[in-house]
Ligand binder design. Structure first.
Ligand code: NOJ
Length: 558
């Protein structure tokens, strides 16, 4: 067993060999992973109890979505106390135990940090409300007087990413209508003012709090949004852009140049600590070339490759984004990351087979046209995963994708909890469909998610056959394939390798070498011959008459 001390001191720290350059990071969405206390919401002790399964899967690290004290208006992305655990998830002691248990299994732990905004229940925001206009307390957030004769109009036209205006007016202490505060997300998520040094100081303290406990890094929420254009100009977003960013011309609240100074400062904080601690930015910006600016040598270590996530299952577009990613990130000495699913997007076991539009953050509902057949969609998803895991760099996996879970598009309206659903008055379904608690045991209540049988979102009956215990016993199951891919990826050193395209495989086929492996992804509609003399290492689906069928990726040694 590796101890916490070992992971930070004795791992390979040679520059260029750090774990985050090639590691596979598994995203745990704590409220939907495993419920130990039986209240229908997952918790930290539930994670600890299931770490053996993650070790068996063969991942290198976990990233935990927020579990800090929060009124849960945005599933924990509304933090009221950055240095404590919300009682629904457990205690700091439970966190320490989980961290130690993960490290004992050689699994690193990354926690989510939400620096763009806090909860309106955060002590600072409550103080700001009480203290009134012009006070030091208000200076930690973005309060402005309204426009119009009596300040009755918001300071500008910015819209919340979840729908509706991005400004909310407060009542002052005497009950009169007062100033407005900015919230790029829900009104319960006021934005911090990062032009205030006190905010910087506070976040250095928060980073050190978790680093002292032994975490291996941070996933940084809305990493492109902290700094706002100080002119606060009116702005209407590009309707084509992803909802959390990605406009061709940056919005005045995203991608502002000043944001990079913050991460240069944080990197220095991480470097005060032994071992390779990492920062991974959630920056929804327009292209990998822009994303690469977040991972210059003195900034973050990784950033999510959302352009890859958004790419359709089409050979030409995939090859293009793979090339541009390797080149853009390579140019700044950073690894590319690869990701297909997370808690904000339609699960890729559904998404890659959809014909209708499904913009990021919007979600899909029961009326969505063309919901694919599960078996076909999972086949495609597995081919996509086998392609992704063969690419050099670091890959992210979202809990449940190793089971082939599909998007739960048919949740009843009354079960939905995403603020997007409420703020758009049901016009956008939001992200609940990818957040449903995952199935562990086919025959247990709530499929083993919770001993009480409770589940904060209802699980579809069709997931019974996808439960982990069933898949463990089934040769060729999605779970067994993920496990096989992860073991081979490690043995072949693919994450730390290099990609060289192999030409001549025809339209709709992507073929490349990475070290000793030849990878062929058949994205076309027709079967493809296996090359002669090649040893088949793994195939994402059974071969058809000895050929690589459509929507199948194979790893070969030749
Ligand atoms: C991005 C997170 O991934 C998402 O879930 C959250 O709602 C927003 N940031 C706001 O924190």
């Amino acid at each position: 067993m590796t101890s916490q001390h070992d992971l930070h001191h004795s791992a390979d720290h040679t520059p260029g060999q750090e774990w985050w350059r090639s590691g596979v990071i598994y995203q745990i969405y704590p409220r939907s992973f495993a419920d130990h206390t039986g209240d229908g919401l997952g918790d930290l002790s539930g994670i600890t109890a299931r770490l053996d399964e993650l070790q068996e899967l063969g991942i290198d690290a976990v990233w935990l979505s927020p579990f800090m004290t929060s009124p849960q208006k945005d599933a924990g992305y509304d933090v009221a106390d950055y240095c404590d655990v919300d009682p629904i998830f457990g205690t700091l002691e439970d966190f320490d135990q989980m961290l130690q248990a993960a490290h004992d299994r050689g699994i690193r732990v990354i926690v989510d940090l939400v620096p763009n905004h806090s909860s309106d229940q955060h002590e600072w925001f409550q103080q700001a409300l009480a203290a009134g206009p012009g006070s030091t307390e208000r200076g930690r957030y973005i309060f402005r007087d309204g426009k119009g004769q009596h300040g009755e109009q918001p300071p500008n036209n910015w819209q919340s990413i979840f729908g509706g205006p991005a400004w909310t007016r407060v009542s002052e202490a005497d009950g009169s209508p007062g100033q407005w505060y900015l919230h790029l997300f829900d009104s319960s998520q006021p934005d911090f003012d990062w032009s205030n040094e006190e905010v910087h100081e506070e976040f250095r303290r928060i980073l050190r709090f978790w680093l002292d406990r032994g975490v291996d890094g941070f996933r940084v929420d809305v990493a492109h949004g902290l700094v706002k254009d100080q002119e606060f100009p009116d702005y209407t977003p590009d309707p084509e852009a992803a909802s959390m960013g990605g406009e061709q011309t940056p919005a005045p609240y995203f991608e502002q140049p000043g944001v990079h100074e913050i991460y240069r400062d944080w990197r220095k904080v991480l470097e005060e600590y032994p071992g390779d601690r990492a920062l991974c930015g959630e920056a929804w910006v327009s292209s990998v070339a822009s994303m690469a600016q977040w991972v210059r040598p003195d900034e973050m270590h990784q950033t999510f490759n959302f352009e890859y996530l958004l790419a359709p299952w089409e050979a030409g577009q995939l090859r293009d984004i793979i090339d541009r990613s390797i080149s853009a990130f390579g140019a700044v000495g950073a690894p590319s990351t690869w990701v297909l699913s997370n808690h904000d997007v339609v699960r890729h076991a559904t998404r890659l087979s959809l014909t209708g539009e499904n913009p990021q953050g919007t979600g899909i509902g029961p009326d969505f046209p063309g919901i694919p057949e599960h078996q076909d969609a999972v086949r495609r998803a597995q081919a996509a995963t086998a392609l992704m895991l063969a690419l050099p760099g670091s890959s992210y996996i979202y809990q449940g994708e190793e089971l082939g879970l599909d998007e739960v598009h048919d949740l009843p309206d009354e079960a939905r909890q995403d603020p997007t659903w409420f703020r758009t008055r049901g016009e956008k379904y939001g992200r609940d469909g990818c957040r449903v608690p995952i199935p562990w045991e086919a025959e247990s209540p709530a499929f083993g998610f919770s001993s009480s049988g409770k589940s904060w979102l209802p699980q579809p009956g069709r997931w019974k056959s996808l439960a982990r215990d069933v898949q463990r016993q089934t040769p060729g199951s999605t779970l067994n394939r993920y496990q096989q891919l992860l073991r081979l990826r490690r043995e072949l050193g693919l994450g730390a390798g290099a990609l060289q395209w192999a030409e001549g495989w025809g339209e709709g086929v992507l073929a490349f070498r990475n070290g000793d492996a030849l990878i062929i992804a058949n994205i076309s509609g027709s079967p493809v011959e296996l090359p002669t003399g090649a040893e088949l290492l793994v195939s994402s689906a059974s071969l058809i008459g000895g050929k690589i069928g459509p929507d199948t990726t194979v790893w070969l040694r030749q």
